[in-house]
Design a binder for this molecule. Structure first.
Ligand SMILES: [Fe+2]
Length: 252
């Protein structure tokens, strides 16, 4: 990883933009496999073949997802899986048949650690650019609980093309590191126009969330963003993955 790539991305983010960092070499392949397995898990869920609570389903408080597979909602046309290093053990303790999904969890763990190391470098760069706010220390204090989110969207149904309405993330920064089709859009601070974001192949888009805003006293505003369906991805539906880097402060 070239240090200038990290620094340039951090510089763009602290100046109100979106940064791009090269994805660790093995991540795309592992993420693609993880999303294929997540699609399989989602199909099993729809068929009633797995017990909901055994895979981490929890009441969906204020739209938050907990570890493992998200709660199924009929109005939510996607399967979501949140992974962090303890997820496999937690799900095992809840009775999930994790041993039958070893390849899935191995791919999750390997890509998680690679993305965590990349995030560590990014957080050091933010610390350098905005010192004396405790950004890096707060990141380390959060431990290893940063979730890597896998998303598999359902098939299209009619004209509803928005899969995520405009929102800001709770994390300090989000690394949007995988998508099977260009469905990501942002709303820049100086306009209300939605802009489809072209993410260069091999790169992750890095953008700030609410914790960044809070830790900088409002200097770095969170990026409003959302997602569209991508017809070219049908019939499988668009798939994507985002790593959320947190600091140890409450979100707003
Ligand atoms: Fe988001």
């Amino acid at each position: 990883m070239r240090r200038t790539d990290i620094h340039d991305a951090a510089y763009a983010v602290v100046n109100g933009g979106i940064g791009f960092v090269p994805i660790p070499p093995d991540c795309p392949e592992k993420t693609s496999f993880m999303l294929a397995e997540l699609a399989r898990l989602g199909r099993l869920r729809q068929e009633g073949a797995i017990k909901e609570h055994a895979w981490g389903y929890e009441p969906d408080h204020k739209g938050q997802y907990d570890g493992g597979l998200s709660q199924y909602r009929t109005d939510e046309r996607k399967d979501v899986f949140h992974f962090e290093p303890k997820t496999r053990d937690i799900l095992a303790s809840q009775g999930a048949p994790v041993h039958e999904w070893d390849d899935f969890f191995r791919a999750q763990a390997e890509s998680w650690y690679a993305l965590y190391r990349l995030t560590d470098e990014l957080m050091r760069a933010f610390e350098q650019l905005m010192p004396e706010r405790g950004i890096y220390d707060s990141f380390k204090s959060f431990g290893l609980r940063h979730p890597n989110r896998g998303l598999v969207y359902a098939r299209r149904r009619g004209n509803d093309v928005e899969t995520a309405t405009p929102h800001t993330d709770r994390a300090f920064v989000s690394l949007h590191h995988s998508e099977t089709g260009p469905g990501f859009f942002v709303i820049p601070h100086d306009t209300q126009e939605r802009l489809r974001l072209h993410i260069p192949k091999g790169y992750a888009a890095v953008f700030p969330g609410l914790k960044f805003y809070k830790m900088t006293g409002g200097l770095v505003r969170p990026i409003v963003h959302g997602t569209y369906e991508v017809p070219a991805c049908e019939p499988d539906g668009r798939r994507a993955s985002v790593f959320f880097a947190h600091t140890a402060i409450a979100h707003l």
